[in-house]
Design a protein around this ligand. Structure first.
Ligand code: MN
Length: 291
């Protein structure tokens, strides 16, 4: 806190005094202190100067023509423009009631006539210093209030941003939870479908397709067996009792028919297997599109 600028500016002191001699004494005592004197000899003029010039201090006589000092003080203290100006009453009435009344109406100090130079200087100086400190304090307070207001605005902005952020996070969390639930549902469905598919495959292998493959192999084997028997009988008749011829024929038959039998069987098994695979692929595909 600094009062440098205040000390550089001239300090205005309004002296309200109807007695020219007293006025002269006061300005003499206080002269040479960088004080600028404003003079009023009655109430209306004093109030007008106070409102216009806003002096740093008012020295106010009590006994005046027209309004007295107490009435002037009341008016100045009721006006927001002048209420902060310190007022020192000056009077020859050295009575306790006047002093008390002076403080009651808002005066800050009291000087009794006849004036003592040192007392006047000290009382005026201390009131002016107090007033300047008060002004500085008020300015600092206003600065603080402005800073506080700015901080409050920033704080509100922050709070607003924070609220938005929280809402956004909540929204995202909700979206993620939804996605997770959806994923879990899909997974359950896939597991269920897999189980169903596995059952279908088992059923197919165990029943229809399996039976079909077995049947085909049996039929082919039996057919080949029949062909073998028939051909064997024919050649047995033809070869009569020639053992070697019969043996050669049997060997030839085995050599010719066995591969055919094997190829047939293998083809049938392969076809059945393809049927099963197709069936599974179809079932799997339909499961997939159902999702
Ligand atoms: Mn007077």
């Amino acid at each position: 806190m600094t009062t440098t600028t205040e000390q550089d500016e001239p300090i205005n002191i309004l002296i309200v005094e109807d007695n020219s001699l007293n006025l002269q004494v006061l300005t003499d005592f206080l002269g040479g202190n960088n004080y600028n004197f404003l003079i009023a000899q009655e109430g209306n003029r004093a109030i007008s100067i106070a409102r216009r010039r806003k002096p740093d201090l008012i020295l106010l006589d009590i006994n005046l023509p027209g309004m007295n000092g107490f009435e002037i003080c009341k008016i100045l203290k009721a006006d927001t423009e002048t209420q902060d100006i310190p007022i020192i009453f000056i009077s020859a009435l050295n009575q306790i009631e006047n002093k008390v009344n002076g403080f009651k109406v808002g005066g800050t100090d009291y000087i009794v006539k006849p004036f003592q130079k040192e007392e006047v200087i000290v009382r005026v100086d201390s009131q002016i210093k107090l007033h300047q400190l008060n002004k500085q304090l008020r300015r600092n307070y206003l600065d603080l209030a402005v800073t506080n207001e700015e901080l409050s605005v920033k704080s509100n902005e922050l709070h607003h941003l924070n609220t938005n952020l929280e809402a956004l996070v909540e929204e995202r969390t909700e979206e993620l939870s939804g996605a997770l639930r959806s994923l879990q549902a899909s997974q359950s469905l896939i597991e269920q479908k897999n189980k169903e598919l596995q059952q279908t495959i088992d059923q197919l292998l165990r029943t229809r397709a399996g039976k079909k493959a077995t049947t085909i192999v049996l039929v082919v084997s039996f057919s080949i067996f029949l062909v073998e028997e028939i051909l064997e009988n024919i050649f047995q008749n033809f070869a009569q009792s020639n053992f070697y011829l019969l043996l050669s024929f049997k060997f030839l038959l085995l050599l010719l028919l066995k591969p055919i039998e094997l190829v047939l069987e293998s083809t049938m098994i392969k076809r059945s297997h393809n049927n099963i695979t197709n069936k599974i692929a179809y079932e799997g595909g339909s499961q997939h599109t159902n999702r």
